[in-house]
Design a protein around this ligand. Structure first.
Ligand code: 5AD
Ligand code: FES
Length: 386
């Protein structure tokens, strides 16, 4: 059985030495003090990582997370409402060309039922995630958002349904959506082009993110760790982009091959590098909402716990009906496909309390995000450190 020491996972170690390099350690301290590092400095920090350096980084990342959020972990109820997708990303199991994907759509009533189940379990954030499914016209999505908003006015609605024109984002914002997740995947144009078909571009992805920001959404971006072709220089660019964009959320997880995709034979990203990057992100963007993702839980039985110990503060258990869960397969071996919403919720409760965290049920807004008084986030209460 695996355990929770961050010093002792099964990944290959990036260095044979356990010594704390004073130069690199000083870079981490500068980051923790809010200083901006350059691209080359970030590259050194990533390439020069050792278990000892990672421990130091995790410690500072936990301190920073605790300063803003205490030991509270925000839960978001994920509803995967359609796995149809018009896109053809080379890494994703939902890609249009994957004839083996067993497609489904939830009705508005299904989605509302999921929200009600989630609400009764204490969830106050619902994340509607799906492929880019033309059946869900802007108006249909707006109607779903409005219906949720009406039934659960004290809950936050997050959308994660891909690239749209600004007018559509605006329609959904006016319908009551307040947050939007759209990973940028990689800041580098050539790397982006190597992961996506020619109709997709990094430029349009960035246009979307800027539109979302300008419409007042709390925006989440992010990337896969060790997606094929990713270099340390790409990662440094991603980190600098995160710093400059100032997102409210950052979703990162290891790349995991899905066998029916063009990248299905590539190697998965490592737990070790994903944790290191989570901790760097916590120091670069201290108040960011940072999920310990399902992909992290998929590559290691305690991946999500280890993510929290590296500075994450969000988990996103699944509220989708059990009948459809096994069909939303972005990657192979996804966890929790056999569980009910309540099972995941209580399982996470237990797992988190074992490592000194508690799952909290309020909306969980990003600390410091400008909001109206009616939806202002609670002031962080705990200032403890691990
Ligand atoms: N491995 C890991 N993450 C993936 N995603 C899509 N396919 C994979 C995969 N094979 C991520 C992408 C996308 C998010 C919804 O899921 O980063 O933005
Ligand atoms: Fe739809 Fe990848 S194919 S998100």
């Amino acid at each position: 059985m695996s355990h929770l020491s961050l010093k002792n996972d099964n990944d290959p170690k990036p260095s044979l030495t356990g010594d704390l390099d004073p130069g690199l350690s000083a870079l981490i301290d500068r980051l923790a003090q809010g200083e901006a590092l350059s691209g080359p400095e970030l590259i050194n920090l990533i390439d020069g990582r050792t278990p000892a350096l990672a421990e130091r980084l995790f410690h500072l990342a936990r301190e920073k997370r605790n300063l803003y959020y205490g030991r509270s972990v925000y839960a978001r109820g994920l509803i995967e409402f359609t796995n149809y997708c018009r896109n053809d990303c080379y890494y994703c199991g939902l890609r249009a060309s994957n004839a083996k994907a067993d497609r489904y759509r939830l009705t508005t009533e299904d989605v509302l039922n999921c929200c009600q189940t989630g609400y009764d379990l204490g969830f106050r954030t619902f994340v509607l995630q799906g492929g880019e499914d033309p059946y869900y016209t802007p108006e249909r999505v707006a109607a779903i958002v409005q219906a949720i908003r009406q039934k659960h006015p004290d809950s936050a609605i997050t959308l994660s349904i891909g690239e749209k024109p600004k007018e559509v984002y605006q329609l959904w914002r006016e319908a009551g959506a307040e947050r939007y997740l759209l990973r940028h995947e990689t800041y580098d144009s050539d790397h982006y082009a190597s992961l996506h078909p020619p109709q997709m571009s990094r430029e349009n992805r960035l246009r979307c993110l800027n539109d979302l920001k300008s419409l007042g959404y709390q925006v989440g971006l992010g990337f896969m760790v060790q997606s094929p072709g990713q270099t340390t220089a790409h990662l440094a660019e991603d980190l600098l982009f995160i710093r400059d964009f100032e997102p409210q959320m950052v979703g990162i997880g290891p790349f995991i091959p899905q066998k029916d995709t063009p990248l299905g034979q590539e190697k998965a990203g490592s737990l070790e590098l994903t944790l290191y990057l989570l901790a760097l992100i916590r120091l670069i963007a201290p108040r960011v909402l940072l999920p310990a993702t399902t992909a992290l839980g998929t590559i290691d039985p305690f991946g999500r716990e280890k993510g929290l110990l590296a500075g994450a503060n969000v988990v996103m258990p699944n509220l989708s009906p059990r009948e459809v869960r096994a069909k939303y397969l972005l990657y192979d071996n996804k966890i929790c496909v056999g569980e009910e919403a309540a099972e995941c919720r209580y399982c996470l409760d237990k797992r988190l309390s074992k490592i000194g965290h508690q799952l909290v049920v309020h909306r969980g807004d990003c600390v410091g995000f400008p909001l109206t008084a009616a939806v202002a986030p609670p002031i962080p209460m705990a200032f403890s450190s691990l």
